[in-house]
Design a protein around this ligand. Structure first.
Ligand code: SF4
Length: 393
């Protein structure tokens, strides 16, 4: 794919909102048994990768599409970004802030694993402008963390959350997982209670899914991994919604819960099918409907950048209809659903006009509601969201 094929046009009438910027750090201390992300185990991450990433930041900040826009969010995710030192990460954040236009109140998130954060790192990140920390806690139980192959302990998770507060973070997300091998609803309740005791502003609660070619998938194939039954998992999900709503963290997306005003703006932009620039190995971008991805392997990424080439793998220009369908499917993940006015503004299409009979059927089945200003999943539709969304793709 050539750089000439990238979009340069800007159509304010399309109703586009501020884009997000994502940087991918594809390294972790070790690989978790369920992981299917683009991550590689290593104890000491290569400096060459950061050099290549910095070069890509400078390259893209200079492109017309980026220069004409003001970014609303920066998200450094992984992998484990905090496998690098605080100074290196702070430099990366500083380079982004100096190179791209950002809104004054931009949300700047760094993902971290509990056993890789230190007090000096947190202080340094906070000082550079990082205002949101997302910690991959997953469970407050050493037994369950061990079963997942996580490299941290419950004690390290608690210490990291306390350090983040002490370091000045007032917007903290904790990632938690349920439906784990050997986990009962009572264990899940304990994890939620423990998380809530820290007063997080945001919780992401994911059900474990077994992805192909992971150690967990191989164990399931051999019949050597016992997961909780469907009813128990449904009970865990129901407990999550109730407990977190009572605690002032209502659900705003299928797996996400936040205190008022603390919804993750970076992810909201994905769910609203906004534009985003993703830099780093395996990162995906979508600029005004032009989607492209970066080569996955970090060494290949760094080598291409060093040769002065764009490290891109594939790209496609999405049709208006494809972007409309994606906006519907992604938007239905949000509890508030999709704004019909936004769809109309961006695509000149309505769900009723586009999907016709199929939408009527889903309404008759009580799975979605078409209100005067929004389309959303019902209480009955949310637990079977994947099936509903697959009909609208
Ligand atoms: S920490 Fe996250 S990205 Fe790294 S191996 Fe575990 S699940 Fe994968």
């Amino acid at each position: 794919m050539s750089p000439e094929s990238l979009p340069t046009g800007f159509t304010p009438a399309s109703g586009e909102e501020s884009p997000g910027l994502y940087l991918h750090i594809p390294f972790c201390k070790s690989r978790c048994a369920y992981c299917s992300f683009n991550s590689y185990a290593c104890q000491s991450p290569p400096a060459a990768y950061l050099t290549a990433l910095a070069s890509q930041i400078r390259h893209w900040a200079d492109q017309q599409w980026c220069r004409e826009r003001t970014f609303a969010t920066l998200f450094i995710g992984g992998g484990t970004p905090t496998i690098y030192g605080g100074n290196e990460l702070a430099e990366l954040v500083g380079l982004c802030l100096a190179s791209f236009n950002f809104t004054e109140d931009a949300e700047i998130t760094v993902e971290a694993n509990p056993n890789t954060v230190t007090m000096p790192m947190l202080t340094s990140l906070r000082r550079t402008g990082v205002n949101r920390l997302s910690l991959g806690v997953q469970a407050f139980s050493d037994r369950l963390l061990g079963a997942l192959g996580r490299s941290h302990t419950k004690g390290e998770a608690c210490a990291a959350i306390k350090a983040a507060r002490k370091g000045g973070f007032t917007n903290i997300n904790l990632d938690l997982m349920y439906g784990l091998p050997g986990q009962r609803a009572t264990d899940w309740r304990e994890s939620l209670d423990q998380a809530l005791a820290f007063g997080p502003e945001h919780l992401a609660c994911y059900e474990l899914t077994i992805e192909e070619e992971t150690p967990f998938a191989r164990l399931v194939e051999k019949g050597a991994l016992t997961l909780p039954g469907e009813e128990e998992v449904l009970a865990m999900a129901a407990l999550t919604h109730d407990l977190l709503a009572q605690a002032g963290l209502p659900r705003y997306e299928i797996s996400n819960y936040a205190a008022s005003g603390n919804q993750c703006r970076h992810n909201l932009n994905y769910w609203r099918n906004g534009s985003y620039l993703g830099l780093g190995a395996g990162a995906v971008s979508c600029l005004s409907g032009f989607r492209f991805s970066t080569v996955e392997e970090p060494e290949a990424f760094a080598a291409l950048v060093q040769k002065g080439e764009l490290p891109l793998s594939e790209g496609e220009c999405l049709s208006l209809a494809a972007r409309f369908r994606e906006s519907v499917v992604m938007g239905l993940r949000m509890i508030e659903g999709i704004s019909l006015a936004r769809l109309q503004r961006r695509f000149g299409l309505t769900p009723a006009g586009y999907y016709g009979k199929m939408l009527e059927e889903l309404q008759e089945q009580g799975l979605i509601v078409l209100a005067s200003d929004s389309l959303r999943l019902t209480e009955a539709g949310l637990p079977v969201a994947n099936q509903v969304l697959s009909r609208l793709v």
